[in-house]
Design a protein around this ligand. Structure first.
Ligand SMILES: Nc1ncnc2c1ncn2[C@@H]1O[C@H](COP(=O)(O)OP(=O)(O)OP(=O)(O)O)[C@@H](O)[C@H]1O
Ligand SMILES: Cc1ncc(CO)c(N)n1
Length: 299
């Protein structure tokens, strides 16, 4: 059995909750061969991003060329890009056809509030995206207006899809500064995302998981979409799978204590094996076999 190759182009999170490290965990959990091109190194833990060191654009290009010559990916996701030169380097590879099934997660700000990207960089890559996955704040920054309720999320998804990516998911998982269970998701009666397929907008709704351990939800969501695309899913199915996967990974992480800030997700369903583990929570509605994913969501 040869697994499909999937690539993440993103920054390193030393705390391994987000960025490259989260993406590689998702790829492993979903049974694809993960490769990585680093755009930045962050000094980061569950509480803060203390320092960011950008990888020069020429080095990003060198990684992309070297990798794709030998291990061409079937699907790709991008996360933190850093500056516009790096975004140009990635856009150049996309233009050359080296980045098929491209999922762009327009990372701008970390959960802890640190700036990780600029709108100008994201705008250079969006035209090449098959799928874009901005959260509400990112969609607002790109469009230059606020995006609050589900109607505005749907409208933002539609507007962004008209300007480049074939599919856009505006996610509603953002949590306010105080962290615990105070996020927009609760106010909406669940974790709601708006998927624009080009022709229509669907609201994807799953139960809101009240936990501080939500570091890297966006990274994991976009990585799971790329993994499922590589395994042959159509985009709406890949998105539905990814939503279920993240819900399940949040549920599994509810009771663990890794760091004193926003801890990581339970990517590998370890909580299923723990006594009274979080993975079987009925509200998830997901399957329970280890390593496998759900077959449907509440679309
Ligand atoms: N507490 C939660 N409970 C349930 N689902 C959640 C929760 N937090 C996020 N999600 C879901 O996770 C997915 C990722 O969305 P989110 O809006 O968190 O991305 P993000 O803000 O880009 O993440 P990050 O903080 O990693 O940058 C979405 O499907 C969202 O609805
Ligand atoms: C490296 C990196 N990428 C993305 C995010 C967004 O969560 C983060 N905190 N760190």
């Amino acid at each position: 059995m040869t697994p499909p190759v999937v690539l993440t182009v993103a920054g390193s999170d030393s705390g391994a909750g987000a960025g490259i490290q989260a993406d590689l965990k998702v790829f492993a959990a979903l049974g694809v061969y993960g490769t990585s091109v680093l755009t930045a190194v962050t000094a980061q833990n569950t509480r803060e991003v203390r320092a960011v060191f950008g990888v020069p654009a020429e080095m990003v290009t060198a990684q992309l060329r070297t990798l794709t010559e030998d291990l061409p990916p079937v699907a790709v996701k991008t996360g933190m890009l850093g500056d516009a030169e790096v975004a140009d380097a990635v856009a150049g590879a996309a233009r050359a056809g080296l980045l098929p099934n491209l999922v762009v997660d327009p990372v701008l700000v970390s959960t802890s509030g640190a700036r990780l990207g600029v709108v100008e960089a994201i705008e250079r890559l969006l035209p090449y995206a098959l799928v874009a996955t901005p959260n509400r704040a990112e969609a607002a920054a790109i469009l230059g207006r606020t995006v609050s309720g589900t109607d505005e999320m749907a409208e933002a998804a539609r507007q962004l899809a008209a300007g480049g990516p074939r599919y856009v998911v505006v996610t509603g998982g953002d949590v306010d500064g105080s962290g615990l269970a105070t996020g927009g998701g609760e106010a909406f009666g669940g974790a709601v995302d708006a998927l624009c397929t080009g022709t229509e907008v669907r609201l994807l709704r799953r139960p809101w998981v009240p936990t501080r351990n939500s570091h890297g939800t966006g990274c994991s969501f976009s990585a799971a979409i790329a993994a499922r695309l590589a395994l042959g899913d159509q985009v709406p199915d890949a998105v539905a799978f990814a939503k279920e996967y993240v819900t399940r990974a949040l549920l599994g992480a509810r009771t663990w204590s890794l760091g004193s800030g926003h801890g990581p997700l339970d990517h590998f369903r370890w909580s299923d094996a723990a006594p009274g583990g979080g993975g079987s929570a009925s509200s998830s509605g997901s399957g329970s076999s280890r390593g496998s994913g759900p077959s449907s969501t509440g679309r």
